[in-house]
Write a protein that binds this ligand. Sequence first.
Ligand code: HEM
Length: 362
Amino acid sequence: MAFQSLFTLVALAAAVVAVPAPQDAQVNCGGGRFVKNAACCAWFPVLDDIQENLFSGSLCAEEAHEALRLTFHDAVGFSIAAEREGQFGGGGADGSILAFSDIETSFAANFGLDFTTEAFIPFALAHKVSFGDFVQFAGAVGVSNCIGGPRLQFLAGRSNNSRPSPDNLVPEPTDSAEKIFERLQDIGFSPIEVVHLLTAHTVSAQYEVDTDVAGSPFDSTPSSFDNQFFVESLLKGTAFTGNGQGGEVTSPIPGEFRLQSDFAISRDSRTACEWQSLVTNHANMVSKFETVMAKLATVGQNPNNLIDCSDVIPVPPAAKVTTGSFPPGKSKADVQSACAATPFPNLATQPGPVTSVLPVTA
Ligand code: HEM
């Protein structure tokens, strides 16, 4: 008996001093920062530089939004259908939008992205990282600055060799839901995954669809990665914020801008229920976005050849609210529900007078 107790004690002591298994080993990059793979330490100077000098001190403002948008516009430049027909279909998330910015920003769907590419290129060059890696890194860091944001996977190691993407691969706000679904299906995304991707529009504004109302956001909380975009996009539109051209439809709140493409997908029979399901449950929305963004960031790439440096991406500030709500003055009576299978959930109405939404500034 005594021998058995002694054995137990020795076993316990051994457990306390056990050294971590090799797979848990952490590399010290200095400054209190640790990563699993030593190659990832090189990304901390890039992180510090862009947080300070690109994102104006870790803000979730215009540049962070543009960084997230750029991840899509780079990756979607890929077509398996074109490859099947023996044509070059683009390289996907390969950084060609920076390497050939003069060509790709002349595409209609990339109109206005020349300012973004001009601002981003010097950072990639200064830190000697590939354009493909930089686009995905900047997007992940930018959206981590948003309240309640996702912590996106970041894989490093894309080649810096790319060719200009073919034109007409990036969806436009005037496109039908069918056209967008077909385009994204071509690179492996289902209509439901398109909905998950469009969660990005919760931290978004427009500058180029109508330059007279530049900065008009797609929901009332463009610095918070919350459920408001899904709630507000389902409210009946009452007036145009801009001139009603180029893919704008009426929005429910003065100052808010609604894209025709978002309107169409939110009410399409294939996606309406998934869209509606994202008006509540912030954690579920974020988790679906993280999953689909991991897929987007490796379009045209072999993830097995890349190194997981996700531990360099900052932990986003925690969400303040975990479900959507109606803006002041709005209620369930204003919802244009298109999901036949599930009733629209009961949401609270925010207190206070009806206000307009202010433009996003840099
Ligand atoms: C699938 C169809 C999509 C269409 C038609 C579309 C269209 C647009 C348009 C027209 C704008 C306004 C651009 C401007 O005038 O400055 C915009 C903004 C934005 N989009 Fe999309 N988008 C789509 C999908 C996505 C996806 C998948 C993402 C990211 C994963 C994304 C991220 C953004 C972001 C972050 C902005 C805001 C940029 C800013 O505030 O500066 N979009 N989108």
